[in-house]
Design a protein around this ligand. Structure first.
Ligand code: 5RP
Length: 223
């Protein structure tokens, strides 16, 4: 068992009969979805919302019943990966481009559980480039504004020779902050920027991080 698998499988144990579950995106969330699929095959009855088309397809493959947002008030739990987490459980997410749906689902959940291999633990966020989802219309202006405001390298995410397009039809700019001194302040600033739809800083959203290690151990960190 590898570290991501250990974390994903451990998180699946939190799922109980009748729950409404948010399914994350990425290679760690894959293992949680795989295990939940196994539990459903063994008779567990739940309903789920996926945070990306890829995870939706995975849920369908494992016969995990998906439900429309209109039929859900709150989710009991959401389980998702992260690109970095700090000692306050602030996160950088969006390496896989699903940050907007991931944040929508996370904030709508009673419990947001992060699953990560131990390499994602950092003292300060920012070594991983911060994904910023921006609208395609006049995206050059938004990019220019962000570059001049923060004076750090910010590059448009590419998909081959084309600009990368999210499941929501937007673009992503990846910002190399290096060290983010105040994730809360940066989060608020970005959120208030015209042209920015969402960003990958998740501050005060996670209540638990399940860290997986290469030897199959897991560590549970709770707020
Ligand atoms: C996708 C994400 C992922 O959760 C994050 O990139 C971690 O991915 P992985 O589990 O593959 O390392 O935010 O948008």
């Amino acid at each position: 068992m590898n570290a991501k698998q250990a974390a994903g499988y451990r998180a699946a144990q939190l799922i109980k009969e009748g729950m409404t579950v948010g399914l994350g995106t990425g290679s760690t969330a894959f293992y949680a979805i795989e295990k939940i699929g196994e539990m459903v095959a063994n008779g567990l009855s739940i309903r789920a919302i996926a945070t990306s088309r890829a995870s939706e397809e995975l849920a369908e493959k494992y016969n995990i019943p998906l439900v429309a947002a209109a039929d859900v008030d709150r989710l009991d739990i959401a389980i998702d990966g992260a690109d970095e987490f700090d000692p306050e459980m602030a996160l950088i997410k969006g390496g896989g481009g699903a940050l907007l749906r991931e944040k929508l689902v996370a904030v709508q959940s009673d419990r947001f559980v992060v699953i990560a291999d131990s390499g994602k633990r950092v003292a300060h966020l920012g070594q991983f480039k911060l994904p910023i989802e921006i609208v395609p219309f006049c995206y050059e202006w938004t990019l220019r504004l962000l570059r001049s405001r923060y004076n750090v390298a910010i590059e448009m995410r590419m998909n081959g020779n084309e600009l990368y397009v999210t499941d929501n039809g937007n673009y992503i700019a990846d910002a190399a902050f290096g060290k983010i001194e105040s994730p809360g302040k940066l989060s608020d600033e970005l959120k208030a920027t015209t042209g920015v739809v969402e960003h990958g800083l998740f501050v005060d959203i996670a209540q638990m991080v399940i860290v997986g290690y290469d030897d199959g151990r897991t560590e549970v960190i709770e707020k």
